[in-house]
Design a protein around this ligand. Sequence first.
Ligand SMILES: *[C@@H]1O[C@H](CO)[C@@H](O)[C@H](O)[C@H]1NC(C)=O
Ligand SMILES: *[C@@H]1O[C@H](CO)[C@@H](O)[C@H](O)[C@H]1NC(C)=O
Length: 468
Amino acid sequence: MNSCMSHLKQVAVYGMIAWILLFLLVFTYIMQSQRDNSQSLNFYKETHHLTPVKGSGVIMASEQDIALLKQDLNLRNAEENKESYLTEEYRRQGVTTEGHSPTLLRSKVRDSQPLESKWEGDAQGSAGQQHSQSKLQYRGMSYFSRNRLLMSSLWKGSASQHMLSSRLQRVIHSYKNLNKHGVVYTRKRSSKLSGQELHCELKKRVHVRTLNGSEAPFSRLGWKELVPQRPLDQLFDPKLKTCAVVASAGAILRSSLGMEIDNHDTVLRFNAAPTERYEKDVGTKTTIRIINSQILASSTHWFNTSSLYKDVALVAWDPAPYAVNLETWYTNPDYNLFGPYKEHRKSHAEQPFYILHPSFIWELWDIIQGNTDEDIQPDPPSSGFIGIILMMILCKEVHVYEYIPSVRQTDLCHYYEQYRDDACTLGAYHPLLYEKMLIQRLNIGSEDDLRTKGKATLPGFSTMDCGA
Ligand SMILES: *[C@@H]1O[C@H](CO)[C@@H](O)[C@H](O)[C@H]1NC(C)=O
Ligand SMILES: *[C@@H]1O[C@H](CO)[C@@H](O)[C@H](O)[C@H]1NC(C)=O
């Protein structure tokens, strides 16, 4: 009887322990999934330029996003999504692949369009081995031949959105649907202006503006004393003779342009683009850096300690709503750059450091849309375009390298990162294709310079006579 009772007791105790264990298990599971949820929300916040493409559940990134994505804690997650998506995309396009990396985009051309000799030479020279190693088969137009057609259209200024891959077209379509910044554009759109007329329109309309503390909320926050006293457009005086703009595209690798770039009075670079280890191709000199707000806001960039941001003039920007309400923008920027800016200004008062006024950014957007027949993405121009225009304001002559892609074109997003996506060259979030078409029209250098060096030559605004 007694042993029976103690047996029952034992059973009861074990039962209770089992229940407690089960409860703990369920509890930790719930906590875990809540954390995962908030992480994925964070991820969305961190990369909120990214739009899920309908049906695929996949997140695609733009040029600006890639740099951040690369360093984002959730990178692996994103890349896995991207890769499985791309593989699926190729399968549907009838491309069979070995391996599964996005690098598989490079491939052998099957169709019989005549290759331009220059292109052929370069393509065979630099990527030939890759080509023969890859076992890609094509149906219809290959990635490579479509890309070749697109590049030569860019050099000639006749590229169109319809030439983009169906993937890019879909992503662009979803950015248009999203219209994150509330863009409303009702004015004319026409691509009729000649290069010179376009140049004069830009000269007339574009006035660089930075936050100078004269408007609310910055006026009441004491920004008049915080910002540099010398206006950005008078930063360099007298007008610099020659300026180089160095795009971060992967295609600048093996260009040997370093010395040519360093021969300019001033060199502009973008975001976290380094020179160390890449001197031969990109040069060593940096005078100005254009940085997007992610560089300031994200701790992964070490903005306050990295040598990349020392001993140079800094120009930061962040996309405000199209309607340019500074109060709204201040309380809800894309990435919070205001705090870090203030800190940096206080500790490095002697360093020229500006935040571009959003009206300047959107004026540039208006000019791109106004001079393009197609509807462009309702998202701000790239740092590249902003930097080029800024240099046209500051310099007598501007040489832009590897912004319009040369024959070295590749889908490697940045020369300093192993990340591949043709959106980095052709644009998903930013209206890159149209920006490049505009720069092509402004180019007074030769088409051969574009092809072989990726070099565009633009006269500074001060040198151009546009009449009264
Ligand atoms: C600030 O910028 C505005 C607009 O560009 C200009 O009208 C104003 O004079 C500037 N104020 C100062 C103090 O520089
Ligand atoms: C740099 O900024 C981070 C926050 O982003 C801060 O924790 C750190 O203390 C700063 N370092 C210096 C040297 O100011």
